[in-house]
Design a protein around this ligand. Structure first.
Ligand code: CP
Length: 304
């Protein structure tokens, strides 16, 4: 693997290899090896054109734990604010001998554009592009599921929320499909669901009570207001009544249903606090796994 821009069409064996590698990273960290040196002398650049807490921090931690140098590019204080084109920024940064660029951008396809225009051997890792892909989030989500429920061919997963605008949902579906998940249900208001042709392998359900019934995993997503026109914004109280995950709804799911959310959470809109902080919540486990998955991906793409 030279770049990681999407999980779409990635073979099951590659995904499983990355998950196994993430577990090996976790075990190495657990045994007191807080810092490995496999990327000593390598330089990784965080190039985030959209805000991030989890992804940016965990990529930085992952790179540092592998011994790499990390540069956090500050868009607000960079020459992009003076109108510099993305490719000029890319070539300028490449001239400083980077090994990997981790990019987040609101425009779908930006990571592939960087791969196409790169002049050096730099690796590109997608940290989220538009509504298209967030591959390391997809990997950390299936890693979290696998730790509790490795039997994907017996698993019903419900993804609920603003799926139309969600790169997380897309990468989750790609990873879950590759791993042979028995049933993937996509739930949300009709206006926030993707076209059915995009995911022929999924069941589309607009009633959340039906979609959560018997589910083994519930992945809740926030309303991506930043990608909606003002007229598209649902009333938040009404949305919570129909699509919020509270204890009563969770009781309809299978016993021990894993509650997941990629963050950031909007409590009281897509998820109630007592569920987000409850015994079935795996949300902070997802965050912890994010560091190990990103260590695995960096180790993989820079292994040359
Ligand atoms: N899940 C996720 O991508 O979170 P951040 O936006 O905080 O990186």
């Amino acid at each position: 693997l030279r770049h990681l821009t999407t999980l779409e069409n990635l073979p099951r064996a590659t995904i499983e290899h990355l998950l196994d590698r993430a577990i090996a990273m976790r075990d190495a960290c657990a045994h007191g090896t807080r810092k490995l040196d496999v990327l000593a002398g390598r330089t990784v650049l965080n190039l985030f054109f959209e805000p991030s807490t989890r992804t940016r921090t965990s990529f930085e931690l992952a790179a540092r734990r592998l011994g790499a140098d990390v540069v956090n590019f500050d868009i607000g204080f960079s020459s992009t604010a003076k109108g510099e084109a993305l490719y000029d920024t890319l070539h300028t940064l490449e001239a400083m001998h980077l090994d990997a660029i981790i990019v987040r951008h609101k425009v779908s396809g930006t990571p592939e554009e960087l791969v196409r225009h790169a002049m050096s051997g730099v690796s590109v890792i997608n940290a989220g592009d538009g509504n298209r892909a967030h591959p390391t989030q997809g990997l950390l989500d299936v890693l979290t599921i696998r730790q509790h429920r490795p039997d994907f061919d017996n698993l019903v997963v419900t993804i609920c929320g603003d799926i139309r605008h969600s790169r997380v949902a897309r990468s989750d579906v790609h990873a879950l499909t590759a791993l042979g998940t028995k049933e993937i249900r996509l739930c949300g208001p009709a206006a926030l669901l993707p076209e059915a042709e995009e995911f022929p392998q999924c069941r589309f359900i607009t009633n959340f009570d039906d979609a959560i019934q018997g589910a083994d995993v519930a992945i809740m997503l926030r309303l991506q207001k930043e990608r909606m026109a003002a007229t598209e914004l649902p009333d938040e109280a009404a949305y919570f009544r129909q699509y919020g995950l509270d204890c009563k709804r969770l009781a309809r799911a299978a016993k021990g249903c894993l509650v997941m959310h990629p963050g950031p959470l909007n409590r009281g809109i897509e998820i109630a606090s007592d569920v987000a902080d409850g015994a079935q919540s795996r949300i902070l486990e997802q965050v912890a796994n994010g560091v190990f998955v990103r260590m695995a991906v960096l180790g993989e793409v820079l292994a040359r």
